[in-house]
Design a protein around this ligand. Structure first.
Ligand SMILES: [Zn+2]
Length: 297
């Protein structure tokens, strides 16, 4: 995947369009910056009194200080502030003294958290706007990641491979041989995909799924009537269908296996049942009810 997607896109938080994976550097910066919070929040701690004795305090308001002439771990920790400043994280502005205690302004409960500072570390503007993907917890992460990659146009379709100067012979979709194979074509334009969406919408009892891009597919749940859980389940089915379509395409290209929309539909039905039923917390899902898409949640 790293060959297709830049590291900074992968490492962004999910709400900024990334996968929320940490680099070792970000993780290290976040963990070290917690010492600033601890230093300010525990004024009577023995270790802090030793640090103050060695390095002194920056006045006011008793901010963290390093005696530059004293090498050691603490001097290295204090340098983190300048490193974070270059990444648009201003610790001196984010940690505010309210007269009683130190407040971490990035958390609703005022408490410092590693996850909040990780999210604060800036990654700069997103090229072409971030993908608006809903992470569906009824399906495995690999399925959400497939849709995330598809929205970024980072799947190795014939079009993408040609852009990277990979010799592929023909640009045409190997499934239908009617159009160039792009990400949007595989999931929304291809003849087989359209047959699958027609069967899925009939099964789920929703209006026909007419989408022109992967972005439309991932936003489908926002147009579904009948409650949040039902909408999430239908979106889980759509995500599963994309996973099955992509795998079927790969099986055709690499293993010469034929694709039949009818077979794909049964695979979508059974795989989505397996994934959703194992991820429901309290409710029990029966196979019969799933086949009729008729259940109370
Ligand atoms: Zn096609």
């Amino acid at each position: 995947m790293s060959r297709y997607i830049r590291k900074d896109l992968v490492c962004r938080p999910k709400d900024q369009g990334g996968l929320g994976l940490d680099t070792l550097e970000t993780c290290n910066l976040a963990l070290l910056s917690k010492w600033f919070w601890k230093f300010l929040s525990f004024p009577t701690a023995l270790w802090r009194r030793i640090i103050v004795g060695l390095h002194g305090l920056e006045q006011p308001p008793n901010w963290v200080k390093s005696g530059n002439r004293l090498p050691g771990v603490w001097s290295n920790i204090v340098k983190i502030e300048k490193v974070l400043f270059k990444k648009n994280v201003r610790l001196k502005e984010l940690l505010v003294f309210d007269g009683v205690k130190w407040v971490w302004t990035k958390s609703p409960d005022s408490m410092f958290s590693i996850s909040s500072i990780r999210k604060t570390i800036g990654y700069g503007p997103y090229p072409d706007g971030p993908p608006h993907i809903s992470w569906i917890d009824f399906v495995p992460s690999k399925v959400n990641i497939l849709l995330w990659r598809a929205q970024l146009g980072r799947l190795p379709t014939m079009e993408c491979l040609v852009k990277r100067n990979v010799p592929v012979g023909s640009l045409q979709c190997p499934v239908c041989n009617e159009c160039n194979e792009s990400v949007d074509h595989i999931f929304t334009g291809c003849r087989v995909a359209n047959e699958v969406w027609a069967t899925v919408s009939k099964w789920c009892g929703i209006p026909p799924i007419i989408c022109f891009s992967v972005k439309d597919l991932t936003a489908l749940h926002s147009h579904i009537q009948g409650g949040r859980t039902k909408a999430k389940m239908i979106q889980a089915v759509v995500h599963t269908a994309c996973w099955i379509l992509w795998n079927a395409r790969n099986n055709m290209v690499f293993r010469n296996k034929k694709i039949k929309a009818e077979t794909l539909f049964f695979e979508i039905q059974s795989t989505s049942f397996f994934w959703v039923s194992h991820r429901l917390k309290k409710e029990r899902l029966e196979w019969g009810a799933w086949c009729n898409f008729n259940f109370l949640m």
